[in-house]
Design a protein around this ligand. Structure first.
Ligand code: MG
Length: 374
């Protein structure tokens, strides 16, 4: 029965996927062998396991770029992740890549983010200098291999080797070189398209910059032009939304047309052949250049905005103070982490405990820690 149904997954993929896609039947499997599911393929199961994990849910309380005190309009790490997964799936579907694998990778890609985004990551990385530093991409692997407890007899979510390898390749992209599945590269490209669009949206909505201050940027100018050609007299709010809408559409269309042309020309017979080649999945050089210009602007004018710099500095100081306190008073770390603390050492455990916190929980814990002790 199971084998027969598993072959339904294979049959469907055979009909839908391009030859250069990653097929479920070619998966290298899981560390702990499992029977096939009656009707879900291995990557669909990975996707579901990530969705049901505790770390995934906590992304709702973690900031993307802007913090909770700045309002509740803007993206959180969770809504960013959902936008990435949606955009990545759209592109995967048109290019006939493996959508289940793409979704699993997208839902996982930021699961290791600590509170306070990259500012939090930098602070924890400094704290962890003596034990090899901290990287949210590496921590995602620790979460899905060690910290999430779902099964009797072993730790972690027991994900497929393809999903684990995809996440591993994010740790050091310069080293990852040319040996990444197309699905893995696609998720990176979708991540970039997503944050370029939503950071523009959030920054304008939060009044950190205005749309007119961004109109000299090639990509924004092109989108504004498209909006003006279609509408007259839009309110500023609708103007922003229509522009961001096109900013997503333009990048997605470019990913689809550029990569489908390249892939058609290359005719890879298999995922392995595509992986071994020098083909790089990404935006066309024209769009890539304009994205670079937009990202430099966002970096200067938004990510380094005085309001954000101040919030980040305070958050980093809190994380560092908490790290010191946990290291000198390990008993403050909850009892159920104590067995792991014995195994990995207090510094590592303090880093992991802090990295798992939501922004709000981190602030509350800090407040209790430093108000009761004086
Ligand atoms: Mg991301």
């Amino acid at each position: 029965m199971e084998t027969q149904n598993r072959s339904l997954v294979d049959e469907r993929e055979q009909l839908i996927l391009a030859p250069h896609a990653m097929f479920s039947r070619d998966s290298a499997g899981r560390l702990h062998a499992e029977a096939d599911h009656p009707y879900r393929g291995p990557f669909q199961r990975d996707r579901d396991r990530i969705l049901h994990s505790s770390a995934y849910r906590r992304l709702s309380g973690k900031m993307q770029v802007f913090t909770g005190e700045m309002g509740d309009y803007h993206r959180t790490r969770l809504t960013h992740t959902q936008e990435v997964a949606t955009i990545a799936r759209t592109v995967a579907r048109v290019l006939r890549l493996n959508e289940d694998l793409v979704e699993a990778l997208a839902l996982m890609h930021d699961i290791g983010h600590p509170p306070y985004g990259h500012a939090g990551e930098d602070a924890l990385n400094e704290c962890a200098a003596a034990i090899g530093g901290f990287s949210h991409n590496r921590f995602a692997l620790t979460i899905v291999q060690e910290l999430e407890i779902r099964y009797d007899g072993f730790t972690g979510l027991n994900l497929t080797r393809e999903v684990l390898a995809g996440q591993t390749s994010r740790i050091d992209k310069s080293k990852a070189g040319l040996h990444r599945l197309l699905e893995v590269q696609l998720v990176d490209a979708a991540d970039s398209a997503t944050y370029d669009a939503h950071d523009t949206d959030d920054a304008i909505k939060l009044n950190l910059v205005s749309l007119s201050e961004m109109e000299h940027l090639g990509l924004i100018a092109r989108c504004v032009q498209m909006v003006r050609a279609a509408y007259t007299n839009l309110t500023p709010g609708l103007m922003r939304k229509a522009t961001v809408h096109r900013l997503i559409g333009l990048q997605v269309n470019d990913l689809v047309s550029h990569n489908s042309n390249e892939l058609k020309a290359r005719q890879f017979p298999s995922a392995t052949a595509a992986m071994a080649s020098d083909f790089v999945f990404g935006p066309s050089s024209e769009i890539e250049e304009m994205k670079g210009e937009l990202e430099r602007f966002l970096y200067e004018r938004v990510y380094r905005h005085p309001r954000l710099v101040e919030i980040r500095r305070a958050a980093q100081a809190r994380l560092k103070a908490m790290f010191e306190r946990y290291c000198t008073c390990p008993d403050l770390i909850p009892a159920h982490y104590q067995p792991r603390l014995q195994r990995v050492g207090v510094q590592q455990m303090a880093i992991e405990y802090l990295a798992g916190m939501t922004d709000h929980f981190c602030e509350e814990t800090y407040r209790r820690m430093f108000s009761s002790s004086g």
